[in-house]
Design a protein around this ligand. Structure first.
Ligand code: DUC
Ligand code: ZN
Ligand code: ZN
Length: 473
C-alpha cells in the first residue's frame, strides 16, 4: 500500500477551513493532522512513500457530479462522450465521482436497461461512478423492478414530465411510481417541464417559420417549468415521496420549491452551471445556427428577467441545494446540425463535466458563494443526497482518498476545443476565464491529474453502490 502525505494546505470542507495535513494510506484517508505532520515524535514526511506540497492551496474533497449522460441515445444520435472520455475529462476538472443515468427505454425491462449501462461503463471509467435509473416506461413490471433497485446500489430514479413519446410519464404513472418511492425510500428525480404543452408551442413556432435555436427557449417557457414543478411537488406531497427536481433554471420553479420547503415538504432542487452563467439573450440568440451549442432542456433563461441572479441567490439561501452539470455533449458537426432549419431536431445538451468545479469556484471569487459553500454544493451535499456520504464528499479518516488540490493563485482559460478534454468539437464555455486551477487530483489515493498531466488509466474507476439519501425523514 502506498502512503501519501498532503502537506501544508488549507483543508476546506462544507463546515470550515483549517491548515492541516492529510495522510492517505492506499485508497483511504487515515488522518487529518495539525500542520507539521509530526506523529508520536515521527516526522511523517520522512515516513511516507510520497509527499505532495499543498502550500498556499486548498485541499478539498473530490467533486461529485450527480447528473451526467455519457453515451445517452438522444434525438437520433448519442451523447458524444463515452464513459472513458467523459470520466477522464471529469478528472481533469477535479470531479472524482459521477452519477450517470441508466436508461429504461419504452418497452424495455428496467433491469435490462441497467445491465446495458453497466456494460457501457464497466472497465472504462477514470473515476468512480454510480447510476440513477431513468424509468421511461412506468408499468406494472417497472414498478415491481423499482422495489429491487436499492439492492443494486441504485437508490434514485428519474422520470420525465417532458419528451412525449420518448421518456414521458403522465401524472397517473408518476403518482404510482411516487407511491413506490414513498414506500422504498428511493429518491424520485424529476425532469419538470410540461412536455405536451411545449410540443404544441413547438409546432406553432415551426409553422410560423421560427426555426432558429432561439425558439427552443421560447417554446420551453418558464411557465412550462413552473407548472410542472408545482405539479410534481403536489404529487410528492400527496404520496409522501421525497422529490429532487433536476436542472432547475426558472426562478419561478425555485419559488415553488422554496414554498414547499417552507411548509416542511421534503423537496430539493439542483441547478447547473449553465443556468448560473448563460442566458437566452446572449447564447441561445447567437447569430445563425451558433445558438445550437446551448440548446439544452430545461433551456437557458432570460437575463433581463433575472433568473441567473436569482439562482445564485438560491444557492446562498439553500433554496437550491446543489449543482450538477447535466453533462450531455453533442458535436456541432453531425449532431447539433441535425437541427439546421428546425430547432426541435437539435439534440438537447451541453458538455460541462470538466468545468463545474472551476465555474463554481469562480462564484467564490466573484463573491456569490463562500468557499465552504462551494465544497458543499459540489461534493458534500451530492454525497449526502445520493447515499455516498462517509466514503465520498468529506475529508475525514475512513473516507476514500478522493481529493483535489486547488490553487487559488492559478488560472484556467476554459473552453477552447484544444484545451478541454471532452469529446466535443466546440465548447459551451469558450472564453471563460477562471481565477483558480485544479493542480492535483487523487482518486481513491491514486494521483490521476498532476501538473497538467493525466496519470490515470481507463478502468481505475469502480462502480459505487449507493445507500439511501441522508435527507430522508
Ligand atoms: N436535457 C438535456 O439537455 N439533455 C438530455 C436530457 C435532458 O433532459
Ligand atoms: Zn432532464
Ligand atoms: Zn439530464
Amino acid at each position: 500500500m502506498t502512503t501519501t502525505l498532503i502537506r501544508g494546505g488549507t483543508v476546506v470542507t462544507a463546515t470550515g477551513r483549517s491548515r492541516a495535513d492529510v495522510l492517505v494510506d492506499g485508497e483511504t484517508i487515515v488522518a487529518v493532522l495539525a500542520p507539521g505532520s509530526v506523529l508520536l515524535g515521527t516526522d511523517l514526511s520522512r515516513a511516507v512513500d510520497s509527499v505532495i506540497d499543498a502550500t498556499g492551496k486548498y485541499v478539498i474533497p473530490g467533486g461529485i457530479d450527480a447528473h451526467t449522460h455519457m453515451e445517452l441515445p438522444f434525438g437520433g444520435t448519442a451523447a458524444s462522450d463515452t464513459f472513458e472520455t467523459g470520466t477522464r475529462a471529469a478528472a481533469w476538472g477535479g470531479t472524482t465521482t459521477i452519477i450517470d443515468f441508466a436508461v429504461q427505454t419504452y418497452g424495455q425491462r428496467v433491469m435490462d436497461g441497467l445491465a446495458t449501462w453497466h456494460e457501457k461503463a464497466r472497465g472504462n471509467c477514470a473515476i468512480d461512478y454510480g447510476f440513477h435509473q431513468i424509468v421511461g416506461d412506468v408499468n406494472e413490471d417497472s414498478l415491481n423492478a423499482l422495489e429491487g433497485l436499492a439492492d443494486e446500489g441504485i437508490t434514485s430514479f428519474k422520470m420525465f414530465m417532458a419528451y412525449p413519446g420518448v421518456f414521458y410519464s403522465d401524472d397517473a404513472q408518476i403518482l404510482r411510481a411516487m407511491q413506490g418511492a414513498a414506500r422504498t425510500g428511493l429518491m424520485t428525480m424529476m425532469h419538470a417541464e410540461n412536455g405536451p404543452a411545449i410540443d404544441v408551442l413547438v409546432s406553432q413556432l415551426l409553422a410560423q417559420g421560427k426555426t432558429d435555436p432561439y425558439y427552443h427557449g421560447v417554446a420551453r417557457a418558464w411557465q412550462m417549468e413552473e407548472e410542472a414543478t408545482h405539479r410534481a411537488i403536489m404529487l410528492a406531497n400527496l404520496t409522501g415521496a421525497p422529490l429532487y427536481v433536476v436542472h432547475v433554471s426558472a426562478k419561478q420553479a425555485v419559488e415553488q420549491l422554496a414554498a414547499a420547503r417552507d411548509v416542511g415538504q421534503n423537496v430539493f432542487g439542483e441547478t447547473c452551471p449553465q443556468y448560473l452563467y448563460l442566458s437566452l439573450e446572449e447564447q441561445l440568440a447567437a447569430p445563425g445556427f451558433e445558438g445550437a451549442k446551448w440548446v439544452c432542456s430545461t433551456p437557458l433563461r432570460s437575463r433581463a428577467e433575472g433568473h441567473q441572479a436569482h439562482m445564485w441567490q438560491s444557492l446562498r439561501t439553500n433554496d437550491i441545494q446543489m449543482v450538477s452539470t447535466d453533462h450531455c455533449p453533442f458535436c456541432m458537426k453531425g449532431q447539433k446540425d441535425l437541427g439546421l432549419g428546425n430547432f426541435s431536431k437539435i439534440p438537447n445538451g451541453i458538455g460541462s463535466v470538466e468545468h463545474r468545479m472551476d465555474l463554481l469556484y469562480q462564484g467564490v471569487v466573484d463573491g456569490q458563494i463562500s468557499l465552504e459553500r462551494w465544497v458543499e454544493i459540489t461534493s458534500t451535499t451530492p454525497a449526502r443526497m445520493f447515499g455516498l456520504y462517509g466514503k465520498k464528499g468529506v475529508i475525514a479518516p475512513g473516507a476514500d482518498a478522493d481529493l483535489v488540490i486547488y490553487d487559488p493563485s492559478g488560472h484556467t482559460s476554459i473552453g477552447y476545443e484544444k484545451t478541454h478534454h471532452m469529446n466535443m468539437d466546440h465548447s459551451a464555455w469558450e472564453g471563460f476565464e477562471i481565477d483558480g486551477h485544479v493542480d492535483t487530483v487523487l482518486s481513491r489515493g491514486k494521483v490521476v491529474i498532476d501538473d497538467n498531466q493525466y496519470l490515470g488509466a481507463k478502468g481505475d474507476g469502480q462502480f459505487v453502490k449507493r445507500g439511501l439519501s441522508q435527507y430522508l425523514i
